[in-house]
Design a protein around this ligand. Structure first.
Ligand SMILES: CSCC[C@H](NC=O)C(=O)O
Ligand SMILES: [Zn+2]
Ligand SMILES: [Zn+2]
Length: 406
């Protein structure tokens, strides 16, 4: 990390915020083996530079979350949380125009890297907004917690899911947390007040084995096919429901058959076969009803057909954060002042917010990225330097409004 001061000068003749953002992008926190240690090291130095106390919270021996604190003058008030995940999804390097971990800046200011949108900018924007406010002599009334999480991209089990169970989390007394959203290709910011629950469904069918030249009755494949067909019919009906009613993706159940398993040889009817599905269930759909349907389809298929959900996915209470009250109204005021349209909806994918909401903490997902294509998990992910800096200003205003002046 090149030397700099609290006023934000950078030897590279580049705003310090952008330099730190690019440095963070170069740390390979990429699955399946994210370099969390490298990220923690970077964040320790960063916190030191901006003079914020830091806590490193081990979630597993190799995975630690990072919490920075900007102390408010009235710690008794519920605090503002600003969270971002440190991990990023894998890349197909051959598809990238530039090294995805070089954080190359193109002549037009586009910064190309894995994590350029999802979601390394936010972590740096939070800290840079604090740097600017500190430099301007502003200090908050509420505590502001900047949270860096692990494993969001693979379900948050060794991350936010465990963190919300800790004493530290309770002590933080969070009144509201801001998390990631999705870039808007047009003007304005998308904002998410809820999210669909991921259900990673595994259907297993078993049946008699034998030579594949015969009509072996009730084979695993025949039974599995019944369930697959029913699920895919349901998929079609949900897609139709979305299109005819002009609903958002966050309002219907999406379903994709993503993994097929089983079988050993062409001419051997296997004893068991599996099919795995990525299903996303909106908070507005009844979990019992959907589980009931799946149960019925498995039963109809015959004996020896079962289903289960992978890991911590599957039916769960899935809260919505109310678009009312002081936190939400504060966000709206900031957007209005900045002339920024807000587009609220339900997050179609899953993120850390669901664990916050089910712990009773309202959470809003908003990535301050407008007029930029959504390249989450895609190749050539990028963010323009100017858009990144606009995001720093957004959080300056957000903190002023939500954390209150002392
Ligand atoms: C099982 S939770 C998976 C979380 C992941 N989050 C971002 O992409 C997602 O697929 O939505
Ligand atoms: Zn993300
Ligand atoms: Zn992601």
């Amino acid at each position: 990390m090149p030397s700099s001061d609290l006023n934000g000068t950078s030897p590279a003749a580049e705003p310090i915020a952008v330099t730190r953002y690019r440095e963070y992008l170069r740390i390979k926190t990429v699955h399946p083996e994210p370099d969390y240690e490298g990220a923690v090291q970077f964040l320790r130095k960063y916190a030191d530079e901006v003079q914020l106390p830091i806590d490193v919270i081990p979630i597993t021996p190799k995975k630690s979350m990072v919490i920075m604190k900007w102390e408010g003058s009235d710690s008794s008030k519920p605090a503002l949380g600003l969270t971002s995940h440190m991990d990023v999804v894998p890349v197909f390097p051959a598809l990238w125009s530039h090294d995805p971990f070089a954080a190359t800046k193109l002549p037009n200011g586009d910064i190309v890297a894995r994590g350029a949108q999802d979601m390394k900018p936010l972590g740096v924007q939070y800290v840079e907004a604090i740097r600017r406010l500190k430099t301007a002599g502003w200090s908050p009334k509420r505590n502001v917690w900047v949270i860096f999480t692990t494993d969001e991209e693979i379900g948050s089990l060794d991350g936010m899911a465990k963190f919300v169970q800790t004493e530290k989390f309770r002590e933080m007394n969070l009144g509201c947390v801001l998390d990631e959203g999705i870039p808007n290709p047009n003007e304005g910011y998308n904002v998410y007040y809820g999210e669909r629950a991921p259900w990673w469904l595994i259907v297993t069918a078993t049946g008699p084995v034998g030579h594949a030249s015969q009509f072996i009755p009730d084979s695993a494949g025949v039974k599995l096919n019944h369930v697959i067909s029913k699920l895919l019919e349901f998929r079609k009906s949900e897609e139709k429901r979305m299109k005819t009613n002009k609903l958002g993706l966050g309002e219907v159940v999406s379903l994709n058959w993503t993994i097929a398993g089983g079988g050993v040889q062409f001419n051997v009817v296997p004893a068991s076969m599996t099919a795995k599905f990525d299903i996303r269930v909106p908070p507005t759909v009844s979990n019992e009803e959907l589980v009931g349907r799946i149960r019925t389809w498995c039963k109809e298929a015959g004996d020896g057909v079962s289903f289960a959900f992978d890991g911590i996915t599957g039916p769960r209470e899935n809260g919505l954060s109310k678009m009312e009250g002081e936190w939400w109204e504060g966000i709206e005021r900031v957007a209005k002042r900045r002339n920024m349209p807000l587009y609220p909806s339900i997050f179609p994918a899953a993120t850390d917010s669901r664990f916050l909401r089910s712990s009773g903490v309202p959470s809003f997902g908003l990535s301050p990225i407008q007029k930029t294509p959504n390249l989450l998990h895609d190749h050539n992910e990028y963010l323009n330097e100017a858009t990144f800096l606009e995001g720093v200003e957004w959080y300056v205003d957000v903190m002023k409004e939500l954390a209150g002046s002392s």
